[in-house]
Write a protein that binds this ligand. Structure first.
Ligand code: AHG
Ligand code: MN
Ligand code: MN
Length: 335
């Protein structure tokens, strides 16, 4: 007999009382994301059979090649959220402009969603973990009017909730509403997520550094020096550290959150502003890692305090165990 686990649905409802102002819309929105996540999960699980692997044949707004599953995940999230009335607009990594939901059902909704529908999509054809990242804000424009760019360009410290799904050896949904971080594993036989990782905490220190070292010669000096420091032998603090890099932010983040580690995507000659997107990737992950006791910066400034200037803005990203991020910052600031 399995132990009685709380389902994600039960957990969302139980925790609704943490929001004195909440009328259940946020709970309903989280449930919609759960539903869209299940649909994407099902498509990904059978991807090798359903002729949905490979390239879609076009580039996204950022000039990156879209995979068929990028397009499919994007459409599934939009249609699932549009079918329900909890948000008045959505912005996605895969679309140049935000989408306005401006009919009777949506115009009074309080929330907007930002998503990276499929993260790590270059891994999809080789059966390596990919994910979905989401971020939720309250709109700042007046309800009843169409959602505006301002509603999406809020600093990360205004997030109401954020999370990710990782489609890995098992499918896990991890989220926060600013009250700690909890993880739920999907049981495909039953079709439900169950609380499997309550109150997740990032170890203060860790042994793993995750960075695409193929770009080493293009990195800023601070990052080069930090990597050298990670590789030095010092038995007193367990160096050299171990290098682990999957190339799916969600998967690298999840491993480091569980085991202790640092993820770095710095600036470089190829990516002068960094590669990861502030709104769809860095802000939600920064909210999660801080809620788990870790840290996220651009090497100098807290990610959550950056004022976004455009939807698809990129930033350098240093994220993970608190002491490791602080050490990397020391190197950045020293150079
Ligand atoms: P996406 O698939 O959503 O475009 O994101 C890919 C991101 C991130 O998941 C990953 O950590 C990083 O790009 C990998 O980039 P490199 O291949 O340059 O290391
Ligand atoms: Mn991504
Ligand atoms: Mn993506």
């Amino acid at each position: 007999m399995r132990r009685r686990h709380t389902t994600l649905g039960e957990f969302i409802i139980e925790n609704q009382k943490d929001f004195p102002y909440a009328k259940g819309e946020l709970s309903a929105l989280l449930s919609s994301i759960r539903l869209a996540g299940k649909m994407v999960n099902q498509e990904i699980n059978k991807a090798g059979l359903a002729e949905i692997l490979g390239k879609a044949g076009n580039d996204n707004v950022q000039g990156e090649e879209q995979m068929k599953l990028d397009v499919m995940a994007n459409e599934l999230f939009i249609s699932t959220l549009r079918n329900r009335g909890e948000i008045c607009g959505l912005a996605s990594e895969e679309m140049e402009d935000f989408v306005i939901f401006n009919d009777e059902m949506h115009q009074d909704a309080k929330y907007v969603v930002l998503i990276d529908p499929l993260d790590g999509s270059s891994n999809i054809d080789v059966n390596v973990s990919v994910g979905t990242i989401f971020s939720i804000y309250r709109r700042v424009s007046k309800p009843g009017s169409p959602v505006t760019l301002e509603d999406f360009l809020q600093p990360g410290n205004r997030q109401v909730a954020a999370g990710y799904l990782i489609y890995g050896t098992s499918t896990i949904l991890v989220y926060t509403t600013g009250n700690g971080v909890n993880g739920f594993t999907f049981d495909p036989g039953i079709g439900s997520f169950f609380l499997s990782h309550p109150n997740m905490k990032a170890p203060e220190e860790g042994k793993i550094y995750s960075i695409n070292e193929g770009n080493y010669v293009h990195f800023p000096n601070g990052v080069k020096q930090y990597i050298k420091w990670c590789q030095e032998l010092d038995e007193s603090d367990g160096r050299p550290l171990t290098s682990r890099y999957i190339g799916s932010l969600v998967a690298d983040f999840h491993r480091n959150l569980m085991k202790g580690g640092i993820y770095i995507y710095p600036t470089g000659t190829k990516a002068p502003k960094g590669k990861l997107r502030l709104l769809y990737e860095c802000n939600p992950m920064a909210f999660l890692i801080e809620q788990a006791g870790g840290k996220a910066t651009d090497g100098f400034t807290r990610i959550l305090d950056l004022q976004p200037e455009e939807l698809h803005q990129r930033v350098p990203f240093f994220c993970g165990s608190k002491k490791m991020v602080e050490k990397a910052e020391e190197f950045m600031q020293g150079h």
